[in-house]
Design a protein around this ligand. Sequence first.
Ligand code: FES
Length: 101
Amino acid sequence: MKHEICKIADIPQTGSLVAPFFGREVHVWRSGDRIRAAANVCLHFGGPLDCKDGAFVCQWHGAKFDMDNGERLEGPAPKGSRLMFLSTRVEDGALNYVWGE
Ligand code: FES
């Protein structure tokens, strides 16, 4: 099954696009040749993340996450935690969340 997240053309070359996702939000961004999508949820207490200076930074207490692999870089989120990446597929000029395939 699939659910369209956004059009590929809408994803910026740098930074991220925040797209609605089943009543929540996901960040979508380009990482080299790949397009990635992760829940806009900090792994500390679930705060929203800003895309800032090449990393995701939580608005609430400042936890910082790597944009390539989602790993926590610093701050109060648990050591070794990673952002929640979505499984995706590009089809017909759109990025789709896919599941159950
Ligand atoms: S909720 Fe993100 S650092 Fe606390």
